[in-house]
Design a binder for this molecule. Structure first.
Ligand code: KG4
Ligand code: ZN
Length: 341
């Protein structure tokens, strides 16, 4: 039996888990920081890295205690070193390297985006590859051709804002707070998705597998404030029904864009499996629409439960694949914050 400690600190969750080579989860700990960032309407990198420093060792200790094993029982320590916020990534990497060096435990790198898709394999207990991977989170809206767990080719991505970022910014305009995704989902339940006519950027372009959410966000702003510069003193009509209608109309537009490009990617790759990951995949309306789309088009949909969609360390079990192919790192392992390595 191979057992790994996995560490995740790419953005604003400090997480650690212990998993084995049969993808059993022996423990999983996630310390969220969202209450530290909510007043700023988004993740503040400096606050995130400082909070990781405070939490990383207690989170790792808790994961080891829950698993009921000691460091000496581990076969490897794996850490997400790409992509993410530089300061946040460094905290996880230094913790992993220190434990690896001090206890002489092999070190493995985790690609955070590959890990989001691998959550589908962990959840389903089945081989999900090859598949189209769609990652929609606060930092990413990416489509991949995923030939194997470790072999991804980018097909498209956002040319401006990520989907989650758009949810967060529109929620802030609607006075709904942070994180915006769950707040918009809730408000949208009482709203009419056809009330406001919002754009679906790039949807009609069959050549591109990219997304663009910034124009959609601006369209929401114009509906609320009128075109042009926002006057800080302007009074905006944010009565609850108008907020609900806007939340529902915006959510519908984002979901239309995501599903249109996922369908196009499936068509272009001729794959018949779609794996979805990232915080926005927790959206209940998106999940329902995806299920209906999968039934209509005839592909197999893999979408993990909510706690495996948002950032967590369990998905770091992808490191088992690296372990089995002998892909180990030495202490020169560095972070790689950007999408392109
Ligand atoms: O994957 P994640 O936890 O962190 C990274 O960005 O890597 O994703 C966080 C994003 C936030 O933008 C949040 O608003 C969005 O996921 N989100 C949602 C929902 N829950 C979280 N967006 C829409 N609907 C949701 N239910
Ligand atoms: Zn993520």
């Amino acid at each position: 039996m191979i057992r790994l400690l996995t560490i995740e600190s790419t953005c604003d969750e400090t997480a650690a888990a212990v998993v084995d080579d049969e993808l059993n989860v022996l423990s999983s700990v996630v310390a969220s920081q969202s209450h530290l960032h909510d007043r700023y309407g988004g993740v503040v990198p400096e606050i995130a890295s400082r909070a990781h420093v405070e939490r990383i060792m207690p989170v790792i200790e808790q994961a080891m205690t829950q698993a009921g094993i000691s460091l000496a029982d581990l076969d490897a320590i794996a850490v997400a070193n790409h992509p993410g916020l530089a300061g946040s990534l460094l905290v996880g990497l230094i913790a992993a390297k220190t434990l690896s060096f001090a206890h002489n435990i092999p070190l493995i790198a985790i690609d955070h985006l590959q890990a989001h898709i691998y959550a589908c394999q962990i959840d389903s207990g089945r081989n999900v590859f090859p598949c189209v991977g769609l990652i929609v989170s606060g930092g990413h809206s990416n489509l991949y051709r995923c030939e194997t767990a470790l072999d991804f080719t980018p097909l498209g991505s956002t040319i401006d804002d990520a989907a989650g970022e758009a949810f967060d910014k529109v929620a802030s305009m609607l006075g709904l707070g942070y994180p915006g995704g769950p707040a918009i989902q809730k408000a949208a339940e009482q709203g009419d998705p056809q009330k406001f006519k919002l754009p679906r950027p790039l949807v009609d372009n069959p050549e591109r597998l990219d997304f663009s959410f910034s124009g959609l966000k601006t369209a929401v702003r114009y509906e609320l404030y009128g075109p042009g510069k926002i006057n800080p003193g302007a009074r905006v009509d944010l009565n609850p029904q108008r907020v609900a209608d806007m939340a529902a109309s915006f959510q519908e537009a984002v979901v239309d864009c995501l599903i249109a490009k996922a369908d196009l990617a499936l068509e272009k790759t001729r794959y018949n499996r779609l794996c979805v990951g990232g915080g926005v995949a927790a959206n209940s309306h998106f999940r329902k629409r995806l299920e209906a789309d999968a039934a209509r088009v005839g592909y197999e949909l893999f979408i993990p439960p909510l706690k495996l969609c948002t950032d967590n360390a369990v998905m770091g079990a992808i490191a088992i694949e690296r372990y089995q192919t002998g892909l180990f790192e030495d202490l020169s392992l560095d972070i790689s914050p950007g999408l392109v390595r």
